[in-house]
Write a protein that binds this ligand. Structure first.
Ligand code: DC
Length: 230
């Protein structure tokens, strides 16, 4: 029996636990983990650093030509994001980037460039990718699609804790406003808006623990792997 490798797409709203779940699932299955949001964050960081005007198509195209994003695993086995060879993992998690990333990721040329890179990263399958349009646009043929949701207060609190672990104290209202603003832009933009793929499995993480989220996705993944393996 040979077990086929599948693509697992985990989409959903900001701060629902997508990346934490995706990372764990990838570790358990021995799959590659790709944080597509980190790619949009890296582009946003570059645009901010180089004062790229979001209304100037030529500047955007030139900037995108000069951007190379890659992922590396550090000593603690955590994935870190590199932009043109520089580790930007810390920079891209700052509120300055969070405040702009939805505007930048709504731009068509930015999406085209990122989707191209994401498909290349997942071409051999055996990948868990989280984002907003993975099951709908990047890998519409993904064998497993998950769509995560959770109540706003819970999401804001979890994101605040995450920032706190990185020594960043941001008040709950600011976190909530940022999440609310990103939800609005991500779901209403013209280019591949966030929506649940028809064949995605919905998971509401409001009242469940991280372990339960991971168990559920692993259970679903195994059933899909066994289905495509014979
Ligand atoms: O997953 P995240 O919160 O780090 O993502 C940051 C932003 O990137 C999010 O607000 C919308 C955008 N994004 C996107 O448009 N498409 C994706 N596949 C992933 C993220």
């Amino acid at each position: 029996m040979s077990l086929r490798k599948i693509v697992i797409a985990i989409d959903g709203y900001s701060a629902c636990g997508k990346s934490t779940t995706a990372k764990e699932v990838a570790k358990i299955l021995g799959y590659k983990y790709i944080d597509s949001g980190a790619m949009y964050r890296a582009v946003t960081h570059y645009f901010l650093e180089h004062y790229v005007s979001l209304t100037n198509p030529k500047e955007i195209a030139n900037a995108l030509d000069g951007i190379k994003i890659s992922f590396h695993i550090n000593e603690d086995k955590e994935t870190e994001t590199f932009l043109n060879g520089m580790n930007v993992e810390k920079e891209i998690r700052k509120m300055k980037v969070s405040d702009q990333v939805s505007q930048v990721s709504a731009l068509k040329p930015v999406r085209t460039a990122m989707v191209h890179q994401q498909r290349r990263l997942g071409k051999d399958r055996g990948v868990v990718m989280d984002g907003r349009d993975i099951g709908t646009v990047v890998f519409p043929d993904a064998e497993l699609k998950v769509f995560m949701t959770a109540d706003m207060q819970v999401r804001a609190f979890r994101r605040q804790q995450e920032l706190l672990e990185k020594d960043k104290l941001v008040d709950l209202m600011e976190v909530m406003e940022n999440i609310h603003m990103r939800d609005k832009i991500d779901t209403t933009r013209a280019e591949s808006p966030l929506r649940k793929a028809d064949n995605a499995v919905g998971i509401d993480t409001t009242h469940i623990t991280l372990d339960e989220q991971v168990d559920e996705v692993i259970r679903l993944a195994i059933s899909r792997i066994l289905k495509v393996s014979f």
